[in-house]
Design a protein. Sequence first.
Length: 373
Amino acid sequence: MRLKRRLMEYFQRGSSSVKDTVSGSKHTPDFAYARNQYLGSRLRVVCWIFIILSPLWALFDHFLLPPETLFAVRAARVVFFLTLVAIQIGSRLRICANRQVILSMALFAAPALFYASFLFITAPYELHDLANYYFIPLLLVATLSIFPFTLSETLLIGLLIMVVQLYSFTVAQGATLIFQIQEFWLLIALLTVALTANHFHLGLLLRLYRQATHDQLTRLLNRHALFDLFAQDEDDSSPQAPYGVMLLDLDHFKKINDTHGHAVGDKVLQAFADLLRTQGKSSDRIARYGGEEFLLISHRPSAQALLQQAESIRQATEQMLVTNLDDEPVNCTVSIGLTLSAGNEALEHAVQRADSALYEAKRGGRNQVRQAH
């Protein structure tokens, strides 16, 4: 039975890992931001390589292409070059939350479309090995491996490249069917390698990010990660936007550990973390602040809404079902201190006021909500 359980856990972890890398729809906003920054660093390096190589590559056109095609090919190359410059500039601007993902995909679409335009321009002429342009699809697919794309993003880019490759077969004169099948099979093989590399790349990035920013027991953000993420939110929104701070402390937690053991104490912390996820909104930021303390940042418009949320959490904690090793219920309550930010107030100051309110709740008998004014 133990072996069977371990095998099931192994396959569940593997399935979860694949789901994490298929698309970014289930990624948390904090990881999406981190991946966006990670993509941007690779985007800028690869984009610079393309920008430098593009004019140098144009020198070969003078010797390899028919004179009648040079003007049109050079015009297409200028458009391609300006697109690369725009992508490089755009990667440094704050356009939208997932701009680096969009620009990274555009970085692959630009040379693929340039290659398609080159094929269209030179279609009436018989070019030996398409004048050394034929390897562009293979190069692009191989380059996919160094980006932490999701599998769906990789497939979308790969599909575009394969369509361009199929178009090249209709243009290439003198190429045998066996050669075309061989080239397309090589492209599919490289795309499979790129998909595998992206899966492991993104999966590793997810694991490293979670280890660095999340509490391993509760799977909530840790204290430092929450403060960093809050700073990022402030950069992307109005500096005057009000926010609520809620500091929550489980009552008599030391007594729970002493009476039932630390294993049961861990169960209580995990159950309370799950409760906060259920009670919180998608825009809320929740972290394990330290020990049995938790911090919740809520972008709610009024103190009344924040009070209602805190009271709902307090009541749900009373009803939270946790059992000890003898299957006996372990009663849990929570004390909550909260405050609403004053203008463009630093988070540290708001947390200090919430901590003072929490102290009042503890001194007032615990299992209650207090608001700092």
